[in-house]
Design a protein around this ligand. Structure first.
Ligand code: BG6
Length: 486
């Protein structure tokens, strides 16, 4: 079988904030998996940069421990683990001061690799300062890449300011803004499904689609990250980025090629065609305690918090393709199941030749992003048996794990894919600055109205489907959400 590995040039990847939570939980584990997949070329260097006074050995031990925690098999693959640790180096650096910058420069100048990338796994308040120092010190070269991740601002004004700061030191084609949802296998499959099957595109519009619903439900709460979350809430944490990106990929026109600007131009057009949402029609919820599970307020450490852990809203898009077809978005924590999916709800047939069989419901195409990635098409067929025609709906179900067998085991995780795309210099799955700003421009008025009004989020039970008002959001339109279940 032909190799599925696309080789990359050897690289020097500097990870700022290398001792932090994201780096330890995600970045090193993903890089280790890339090494296992044969994606890390010989001589590549992964340089941890952080404030702590650590020797290279101490740093390697910390990474070794974190891999044992987050990758159950890391210890078994001892040989590979040693090769991975051999790629690592560490440098003590002060992001706000002068310490360490010269050492980093010298380290990179020794046997430099063709690709140089900087991953800022630090708070956004440090993005501007670090990028400025990288450019001013000459450590960042004209083709070097910089990687940043959410929160990319907390409103439109701060996002514009952040983009401005980054653009003072790096060109747009050097800036890789991560939304890890874009790195998920099935999110890309959404594009493969839409644009590689002639079947769907002719009916992918308001003429044939009644509505689209996008759900990202989680069972976890905010325990351990309440400090961040309480200032953010579900609207900033999930809707402004992950759900809006899913909406864009579902709604966009076919790009001419799967290339960075072709794809991002189309997503931007969707963002700009989104109608303003009436903030008071957006459902906000906050989970309360249930059984041995704490309430949001307890976990956030703020007894009076009015931050939402759940959002449901109806979005409309003013363009030819979607005028008249609403998009319902819903996300929340501590819900019944972890489930992310997109349902394309088709219109019912215009006329039934089986008048005695009752109303016929439209087909529904469900794209499951996680868990158990796959696609289900709900079809209407005849109920078996005699005595006239009775209709029933059955699922035509495809789980990728079943359909792809062995190949489904090798699916790269989001960070693994995205970090390798940084090294490749491929920005297709990264957000452009104008996209981030357009998404903020859409959610900003909603958030500011909430802040001005005295409205508080609706309480909902942990382990349920969110506040009743979110059910009403669809019921009032004669539609219903899919069940939140595994
Ligand atoms: C992150 C949010 O971006 O995405 C978290 O900050 C959320 O609050 C997480 O839990 C969900 O990601 P995933 O990949 O687990 O669906």
């Amino acid at each position: 079988m032909a190799s599925t590995i696309i080789p990359v040039d050897s690289f020097d990847l500097v990870i700022f904030g290398a001792t932090g939570d994201l780096a330890m939980r995600k970045i090193f584990a993903s890089l280790f998996r890339s090494l296992l997949a044969g994606q890390i070329p010989h001589n590549s260097r992964i340089i941890g940069a952080a404030r702590s006074e650590l020797s290279r050995e101490q740093f390697c031990n910390t990474v070794r421990e974190s891999l044992a925690t987050f990758d159950g098999k890391a210890e078994i693959r001892k040989g590979a683990l040693e090769s991975f640790l051999n790629c690592l180096d560490y440098i003590r650096i002060d992001a706000n001061g002068d310490d360490g910058w010269n050492d980093l420069s010298l380290m990179l100048a020794q046997n430099p690799n063709p690709v140089r990338a900087f991953y800022l796994s630090v708070g956004p308040s440090l993005f501007g300062g670090i990028s400025e120092r990288l450019a001013a010190s000459g450590i960042a070269l004209p083709k070097s890449r910089i990687v940043v991740e959410k929160p990319l601002g907390h409103d439109l004004a701060s996002a514009i300011e952040l983009n401005r700061k980054l653009s003072e030191s790096f060109a747009e084609d050097q800036i890789f803004r991560i939304d890890h949802y874009l790195g998920k296998e099935t999110v890309q499959n959404l594009m493969a499904l839409r644009f590689s099957n002639a079947l769907f595109e002719p009916v992918w519009n308001a003429q044939h689609i009644d509505h689209i619903q996008i759900t990202v439900a989680e069972t976890i709460g905010v325990d351990g990250r309440g400090g961040y979350y309480d200032k953010s809430g579900a609207m900033r944490d999930m809707v402004q980025n992950h759900l809006v990106q899913l909406l864009c990929l579902t709604a966009m026109e076919p790009p001419s090629r799967f290339e960075p600007n072709a794809v991002r131009d189309e997503k931007l057009k969707v963002l700009r065609a989104l109608d303003a949402v009436d903030p008071l029609k957006v459902v906000r919820g906050q989970y309360r305690a249930a059984g041995d599970q704490s309430s949001y307020r307890e976990e956030a450490g703020n007894t009076k918090s009015t931050t939402e852990s759940f959002v449901a809203l109806k979005a409309t898009i003013s363009n030819w393709r979607w005028s008249g077809t609403p998009f319902y978005l819903r996300t929340g924590k501590r819900l019944r199941a972890r489930m992310s999916e997109i349902e394309i709800g088709f219109k019912a047939p215009p006329h039934s030749i089986f008048p005695d069989a009752g109303p016929i419901s439209g087909n529904a195409l469900v794209i499951r992003l996680q868990p158990d990635e796959g696609i289900t098409l709900h079809m209407t067929i005849k109920e078996p048996g005699q005595g006239g025609i009775r209709l029933t709906t059955v699922p035509l179900d495809m789980s990728f794990a079943d359909a792809l067998g062995e190949r489904a085991h090798n699916i790269a995780d989001a960070y693994e894919r995205l970090i390798m795309d940084v090294i490749r210099g491929d920005q297709t799955l990264f957000m452009r600055g104008d996209e981030v700003e357009a998404a903020w421009a859409w959610v900003d008025p909603i958030i500011s109205t909430w802040q001005e009004s005295r409205e508080v989020p609706q309480p909902y039970d942990s382990g349920g489907s969110g506040p009743d008002m979110s059910l009403a959001l669809m019921h009032n339109d004669g539609r219903r959400w899919r069940e939140i279940e595994e």
